[in-house]
Design a protein around this ligand. Structure first.
Ligand SMILES: [Zn+2]
Length: 330
């Protein structure tokens, strides 16, 4: 119940009440309608792009990896949760943990989605003007407990470091959080870092945090969302993810067309594979959601998914697209 309570507070109650309950309140951006002062302080895509630091984003990827592999149940998992939550509290209007328990066999996993809210505050109850729109930005912060695709059999029961599969998407969103604080977006943005994405041997015990999040939305729904997963590969290729396309073609096309308009070459205007990922539970809950993912990554689910396979430039390319959508809309 605690998880639902916290989430309902996030979605429905005043930010000040929620701020006391879950995070340090920020006295700005409290009203339902943005004040003229808030609008005057709204940032632009140009400002946000100038503020986004690829090197800082890459350092955030390295920082997560410095905790070691971060599978549920490990000390590194708990330390990373505390670190990520503290970072988001620095920058967000408000931030919250969404705890959940998940039973696998005789074991109970203690998981947390991490949420943070930015922009002009709660949307109007009725109508969807520009400022009533809410954009969800997502990534998973846990890492896989088993390197089951490692070419060496002796490595396959080892946990992965998850530099790309885990840390890369989170690194982009953490650096964006800092940018959003400095240059508030003109629309409400909710960042959610999902836990338990990469846990199980089969899909039955994966996407645990995102399924819980999707099942506990209540009446609140973001208007649309973007999932970042495996976006740090030095050799970045981002075809259109097929589950996103099949669910919402016009929306998905608009995202990739924006990437083309921005000249972001890694985004390829062709259909790639269908990936089971955290966007699927949200799509099933009726939220248009794209998965930006480079699945052409030879180190996927191996002990070789390490920092040296990733690059600041790749993180920046993805951030440039997200910034355009956050500040200029679709
Ligand atoms: Zn994975």
């Amino acid at each position: 119940m605690n998880a639902r309570w916290c989430l309902l507070l996030l979605m429905y109650l005043s930010c000040s009440v929620w701020g006391i309950a879950c995070a340090e309140p920020d006295s700005d951006s409290r009203s339902t309608e943005p004040s003229s002062e808030t609008q005057a302080r709204t940032g632009t895509a140009r400002q946000a792009n100038a503020a986004f630091s690829a090197q800082r984003a890459f350092a955030l990827l390295e920082k997560q990896c410095a905790f070691g592999p971060r599978p549920p149940g490990s000390a590194a998992h708990r330390e990373t949760r505390d670190y990520l939550f503290a970072e988001l509290q620095k920058y967000a209007n408000s931030a919250a943990l969404q705890p959940l328990e998940y039973k696998v066999g005789t074991e109970t996993l203690h998981l947390n989605n991490i949420l943070a809210e930015f922009g002009p505050g709660l949307p109007p109850v009725t109508g969807k003007g520009q400022n009533g729109e809410t954009l969800l930005l997502a990534a998973h912060w846990d890492t896989r407990p088993i390197a089951d695709h490692d070419p060496k059999p002796e490595n396959r029961d080892q946990p992965i470091l998850g530099a790309n599969d885990g840390a890369s998407g989170v690194a982009v969103l953490l650096e964006l959080a800092r940018v959003f604080k400095a240059h508030p977006p003109p629309r409400r943005v909710v960042i959610v870092l999902f836990d338990g994405e990469d846990y199980g041997r089969t899909a039955d015990d994966m996407f645990i945090g995102s399924r819980f999040f999707a099942q506990n939305l209540g009446k609140w729904k973001p208007d649309y969302g973007i999932l970042l997963d495996m976006v740090g590969d030095k050799d970045l290729t981002l075809p259109i993810e097929a589950n996103s396309w099949n669910a919402n073609q016009a929306f998905t096309a608009a995202i990739w067309q924006r990437a083309a308009a921005l000249g972001l070459a890694p985004f390829q205007q062709r259909l790639g594979p269908a990936i089971m990922d955290d966007h699927v539970p949200l799509i099933n809950a009726g939220i248009p959601m794209v998965d930006i993912i480079d699945f052409d990554y030879p180190y996927w689910h191996t002990v070789e998914d390490t920092v040296d396979k990733c690059s600041p430039k790749s993180l920046e390319v993805v951030a440039t697209l997200v910034i355009s959508i956050v500040y200029d809309g679709l």
